[in-house]
Design a protein around this ligand. Structure first.
Ligand code: F0G
Length: 368
């Protein structure tokens, strides 16, 4: 809730209140919100210069949602609807972010929450979030695809448990609102949209959002959608499932995307494509966003930018207005940064010692 300037009046926050007539019905009493949505669209001129001269590039920083990923948009709707239906618990399979989001929204709804994750494969920040919110974490000796199969089975057995993965259409309904926000910020649709693709729920949701916004007469066009998968986990590029997906971008380590059909519709109808980017390209894009634009996203989130830079190197870069979706915050995965760099050794607490460090740094940056 945010306090308005009229004493005694409280303006409800969250995307359900904003887009109520474009979302599934639910009673007020079931609405579960932590103020998700309204994330900034940040212009990124330095990265744009590396893509092409006729590019205006904007980053939709979804890492600024309440649990630091885009999952909160879908979770507010899925959890509110589960509550409205009288569910007693919820479950999800996750590479980490869905788990963190489900844990937070379930805590707020007062609902039991089970999250099933590949053991040892989710980023530290996400595991910490699940623990903080008090969800039951079930680590399996298997990957995300196995966890999703098991979660689906669990809800087949018990009708009072809601599955809050993106196979739940309420998740897609909530996530489509990001497309509305992009159009509202730009005063129309961008020419291109780029984003990472894992289980393919989000690309499905964006396309739904852009087409609905266009059909409602709120925008003159829809964007061309370019999705990017990590090269070691790229079933949509290979054209078949990958049994043992691998990538440093743990959020999108998925071999059998549940919303495959939605992803294919998005690229076919928009005239777009799904391509692969290597782990090195992903980490380079993550690093460039952080060091040149001041925007710190997690590795998977940089896949859309990695893809644009790759297309530019190959002389295939798009031009015009491009929006890239940064799906999660960089603080989710501290290990990826610490594997690359570390804190320097301490120095003596003297002016001589600290000014020596500063002088050396300034000299080396002047030489560079
Ligand atoms: N980016 C991040 C940061 C993610 O966490 C995910 C998916 C994606 C992109 C891909 O989105 O699956 O809709 O294509 N994370 C899921 C999870 C699988 O369990 O948190 P998608």
């Amino acid at each position: 809730m945010t306090i308005s300037n009229q004493p005694g009046k409280v303006v409800p926050s969250g995307l359900i209140h904003r887009y109520r007539d474009l979302l599934p019905e639910m009673p007020d009493s079931a609405i579960t919100t932590i103020g998700e949505g309204r994330t900034p669209l940040i212009e990124a001129p330095k990265v744009a210069a590396g893509i092409g001269p006729d590019v205006r590039l904007f980053l939709k920083f979804e890492g600024l949602n309440p649990t630091a990923s885009f999952k909160d948009r879908g979770m507010t709707v899925a959890m509110s609807r589960a509550r409205a239906m009288g569910m007693r618990a919820c479950i999800c399979a996750s590479t980490g972010n869905t788990a963190a989001s489900a844990a937070a929204y379930a805590a707020r709804a007062g609902m039991e929450c089970f999250v099933m994750v590949p053991a040892g494969k989710i980023a530290l920040g996400k595991a910490v979030q699940v623990l903080a919110h008090g969800a039951r974490i079930i680590q399996i000796n298997g990957n995300f695809d196995a966890a999703l199969r098991l979660s689906k089975k669990a809800v087949e057995r018990r009708s009072d448990i809601a599955l809050v993965n993106s196979v739940n259409p309420d998740r897609i309904q909530g996530q489509k609102t990001a497309a509305f926000e992009v159009c509202e910020s730009l005063g129309g649709a961008p020419d291109y949209l780029t984003l990472p693709v894992g289980n393919a729920g989000n690309i499905t949701a964006y396309w739904k959002g852009f087409t609905e916004w266009h059909a409602a007469g709120n925008a003159d066009s829809t964007p061309t959608v370019l999705g990017f998968q990590a090269a070691g986990s790229a079933p949509l590029v290979a054209g078949h499932d990958i049994e043992n997906p691998e990538t440093v971008a743990s959020a999108i380590r998925i071999g059998s995307p549940a919303s495959k059909a939605g992803a294919i519709t998005a690229v076919e109808e928009s005239g777009g494509a799904i391509e692969a980017v290597t782990d090195d390209e992903i980490l380079e894009a993550q690093s460039m966003l952080a060091s040149a634009e001041g925007v710190f996203c997690e590795p998977a989130s940089a896949a859309g930018i990695a893809g644009l830079l790759k297309l530019a190197r190959e002389g295939r870069a798009p031009s015009g207005t491009i929006v890239s979706i940064l799906t999660g915050h960089g603080l989710k995965d501290p290990d990826v940064i610490l594997n690359r760099t570390k804190l320097p050794e301490p120095v003596e607490a003297t002016f001589e010692a600290v000014s020596g460090v500063m002088e050396r740094r300034i000299e080396s940056s002047e030489r560079a």
